[in-house]
Write a protein that binds this ligand. Structure first.
Ligand code: HEC
Length: 173
């Protein structure tokens, strides 16, 4: 190899390593927003979990949750409840929300929640006043739990005798 050729090879090698260095730096820059997006997404899921917990959704929509004082693994949350709520309105069953969210996009879920008027014992008035931001977070959390379980039993009108198990909500005065 003559001297000029050796220099050319050296220069080419240097150029390649500079390009590689710049590309690496650009890659690191580009992954910064990706990392912060990931952190924001996981904060939103955490918020959704918190909203489900403090919105008491599990009390009704998770089987056994009250009797176990909340000691039910997350994978069993919101699968609906086989225990009916019987009262003057008939008998209602808290639905399987893991299946419900599958039917909606996030946008549809927000609109659905805002307009929802369900039968007792669903506290729809507080659910529908939940902020859009929190409804989105709840949707993401429930969606992430994934579909599982069966749909809840259908509503029974007042005259229909439910089969056990059910709780009777009766005003005694
Ligand atoms: C005190 C019990 C109770 C609590 C607490 C409760 N629900 Fe419900 N929910 C019910 C019952 C019972 C029904 C079925 C009502 C009906 O048949 O009309 C229902 C129905 C619903 C429905 C409509 C049915 C469907 O799946 O599309 C949604 C959505 C819902 N609940 C979401 C929630 C969310 C989210 C929370 C927590 C923020 C919550 N519920 C808390 C008892 C409850």
């Amino acid at each position: 190899m003559n001297r000029n050729r050796a220099l050319a090879v050296l220069a080419a090698g240097l150029a390649i390593s500079i390009v590689a260095h710049v590309a690496n730096a650009a890659g690191a820059e580009a992954s910064k927003p990706a990392a912060s997006q990931k952190a924001a997404a996981s904060r939103e899921i955490d918020r959704g979990r918190y909203m489900v917990l403090t919105g008491h959704c599990n009390n009704c929509h998770t089987a056994g949750y009250i009797m176990k004082e909340g000691n039910v693994p997350e994978q069993q949350w919101l699968l609906g409840n086989p225990v009916g709520h019987r009262g003057p309105w008939g008998t209602t069953y808290a639905s399987n929300l893991r299946l419900t969210v599958q039917n909606f996009t996030e946008e549809q879920w927000v609109r659905y929640a805002k307009a929802l008027k369900a039968r007792p014992t669903m506290p729809w008035w507080s659910f529908s006043t939940t902020t859009e931001q929190d409804l989105r977070a709840m949707y993401k959390f429930i969606k992430r739990l994934g579909p599982a379980g069966e749909p809840a039993k259908p509503f029974l009108p007042p005259g229909k005798e439910p089969s056990p198990p059910y709780e009777v909500r009766q005003l005694v005065q």
